[in-house]
Design a protein around this ligand. Structure first.
Ligand code: F6P
Length: 341
């Protein structure tokens, strides 16, 4: 078979492990030819690709980023490109396409799949917000990076009797904030699923200082917002991909806490460092398993599905189900964190 693979959307540790796994399973076990599209959907729409051999994926298992490059594509651009992409796939004799991506990529994959392209998606995102899969690779790495940063911030915060307000990635969901916050013992964890009450955040931090503690760590996901009307709040605009531009929850919240508490409060925005560098062992294994199962799915003709981790098994789930809703932090998981807001 001739199988195409591409990586699209924000990058994520483990993408190269999937690419390598697709090439190994396809070439070694099935005698497939694997081609890699450059820079995500753009490579498919503009016909830019190269053959991926065992040599070209040698040594990439532990590498962060993606050897294929990645871009975001405007949904309208993709809608207009379905017929062209289909004709191109037929022209170059593709039997299957494996797009590796998050919410936006999988929605695009569904569009192309509904348009008749032979697609098996592989979910990725550090945000861990794709429905139907227990975990996405990249999440474990992001949580490890964030946890290490929080541990380090604790020592400097204590030396200076400061409040550290640490902003972690997560536009719509607070999985990274919840897990890293729990792992590091943060004193308040704020997620987008649950607008925060500034009075309550202030009370939690004040109570710590009154107990003689010398610092506090407040963790918030970048998409977190206050309860409407409870504090001054700058809203952001929307970019060309339809993503909200954030105005800095950590900056706004730290200014407000400093004002209310009379204590120094510093914003720390961890940003893209959470997505960079080598994947953890967990993410390498999950990514490798997803790649293996995606190739099997193409050989079975199970198009219009994604690979999904359910318990310990990798199952195939219809694309339509996977993109129907985001997987948000449920109230009962949030309640398990020692101090939540
Ligand atoms: O979806 C993954 C993610 O890292 C989000 O957590 C974050 O909001 C976004 O991508 C950042 O995107 P960009 O790399 O385009 O700034």
């Amino acid at each position: 078979m001739r199988i195409g693979v591409l990586t699209s959307g924000g990058d994520c540790p483990g993408l190269n492990a999937v690419i390598r796994s697709v090439v190994h399973r396809g070439v070694v076990d099935h005698g497939d030819e694997i081609i890699g599209f450059e820079d995500g959907w753009r490579g498919l729409l503009e016909g830019q690709h190269r053959e991926l051999t065992l040599d070209s994926v040698s040594g990439i298992l532990a590498q962060g980023g993606t050897i294929l490059g990645s871009t975001r594509v405007q949904p309208s651009h993709l809608r207009d490109g379905v017929a062209r992409a289909k004709a191109y796939c037929q022209e170059i004799g593709l039997d299957g396409i494996i797009p590796i991506g998050g919410e936006g990529t999988l929605k695009a994959a569904r569009l192309l799949s509904d348009g008749g392209l032979p697609i098996v998606g592989v979910p990725k995102t550090i945000d861990n917000d794709i429905a139907c899969t227990d975990v996405t690779f990249g999440f474990d790495t992001a949580v490890s990076v964030a946890t290490e940063a929080l541990d380090r911030l604790k020592t400097t915060a204590e030396s200076h009797q400061r409040v550290m307000v640490v902003e972690l990635m997560g536009r719509h969901t607070g999985w990274i904030a919840l897990h890293a916050g729990m792992a590091a013992g943060a004193h308040a964890i704020i997620v987008p699923e649950r607008p925060f009450n500034i009075e309550r955040v202030t009370a939690v931090v004040r109570e710590r200082f009154e107990r003689g503690k010398k610092f506090a760590i407040v963790v918030c996901a970048e998409g977190a917002k206050p309860e409407p009307g409870t504090m001054h709040w700058e809203e952001g605009s929307v970019d060309i991909y339809g993503h909200e531009r954030f105005t800095g929850v950590a900056t706004q919240l730290s200014m407000e806490l400093e004002h209310r508490l009379g204590k120094e409060a510093k914003p720390v925005i961890l940003g893209h460092v959470q997505r960079g560098g080598t994947p953890t062992a967990y993410d390498r294994v999950l990514a490798t398993r997803f790649g293996w199962h995606a190739v099997e799915a193409v050989h079975k003709g199970a198009f219009g599905h994604i690979t999904a981790l359910q318990g310990t098994q990798i199952n195939l789930v219809p694309l339509a189900e996977a993109v129907a809703d985001l997987k948000t932090v449920p109230a009962e998981r949030y309640a398990e964190a020692e101090t939540v807001i």
